[in-house]
Design a protein around this ligand. Structure first.
Ligand code: ATP
Length: 297
């Protein structure tokens, strides 16, 4: 069976539903709260596993109840967590998420055990077809992941979210580099980012990073793909309703990686990823797994 290795953060999400996001200095009353499994690495791994490939996750949780809960939720989602490190006397990472009635989110993350994800953990991982890394755990483990991918001949998917400086070598090996429109602008010099044309923005990002391919996701506007052939737009799959966009990007990355591991083309994989992401925005939480508490009204 095709294999995907994901390296990244595992969090407990604390979600507050609000009519609108608070401004600095302001308090807004929540209309509902929920606790659910999250973290970019965990969400992407769960999304990849749901699309029927073998998935191993490299990450770290604390020795608290939240850590046990995250491991259980991941195992139930079909993710191999045997390489997830349990860090003693450390709290599991947490994300404090506000979701507005418009379905938009803002997020504050506490790293906790995620700060202990180390390159050494990679030794002993099963040889994958595709490796995926995002930068919520910092640049160092993701740089090591690039070396590991090169050693075992795996395709490298890099999601530079949140944006951190990455080496030219790692960026050049990304196939694809995936970021959203804000992250794309952050990765470019201000002069290069100052273009109103999204196709041009993505072409500039590919040129400046040297990545083999680049995908910039644009929320409800779909995504733009750039590779050696050209730069092209792919529309989003219309969602039944927009309830909560949290995790749409992670579902996109996870399902794209799974599809690439099955040998499908970048465009076919992006279509599959868009379909999965559209389903995520139509429901609460970053992913649909047992252990998600319903919002309390
Ligand atoms: P998040 O941080 O909210 O998980 P993101 O900012 O990383 O997401 P987006 O660009 O918002 O990523 O969305 C990723 C993909 O999800 C889009 O390319 C699109 O395919 C899908 N998507 C997002 N929002 C919508 C929407 N409102 N309707 C349909 N599809 C959507």
């Amino acid at each position: 069976m095709p294999k995907v290795l994901v390296l990244g953060a595992i969090n407990q999400d604390e979600v507050a539903r609000v009519s609108r996001h608070p401004l600095p200095g302001e308090t807004v009353v929540a209309t509902g709260v929920a606790t659910s499994p999250g973290g970019k690495g965990a969400n992407q791994a769960a999304a990849a596993a749901a699309s029927g490939v073998e998935v191993q996750l490299i990450g770290a949780v604390g020795d608290d109840r939240a850590g046990s809960h995250q491991l259980e939720a991941l195992s139930q989602a079909g993710v191999d967590v045997s390489m997830v490190r349990r860090v003693m006397e450390t709290a599991t990472g947490r994300a404090f998420i506000c979701v507005s009635d418009a379905g938009e989110n803002s997020i504050v993350v506490m790293l906790g055990a995620n700060a202990f994800v180390s390159p050494a953990t990679l030794h002993g991982a099963a040889t994958p077809d595709v490796v995926v890394g995002q930068t919520e755990v910092g640049a160092v483990p993701v740089e090591a992941l690039g070396g590991f991918a090169a050693e075992c001949g795996a395709r490298l998917v890099i999601n530079n979210a949140p944006v951190v400086p990455l080496s030219p070598r790692l960026l050049a090996a990304a196939d694809p580099l995936i970021v959203n429109r804000h992250e794309a602008a952050d990765m470019l010099r201000p002069d290069d980012a100052a273009t109103a044309d999204e196709l041009d923005l993505v072409a500039r990002l590919r040129r400046s990073t040297g990545a083999r391919s680049v995908i910039v996701t644009l929320g409800a506007d779909g995504c733009v793909i750039a590779d050696a052939a050209d730069v092209r737009r792919l529309p989003a799959v219309e969602a039944d309703e927009v309830v909560d966009t949290t995790g749409a990007g992670d579902a996109f990355v996870g399902v794209l990686a799974a599809s690439l591991a099955r040998g499908r083309s970048l465009d076919a994989s992006a279509i599959e990823a868009s379909t999965a992401a559209s389903a995520v925005v139509a429901r609460h939480g970053a992913r649909a797994v047992p252990g998600t508490m319903a919002l309390t009204d």
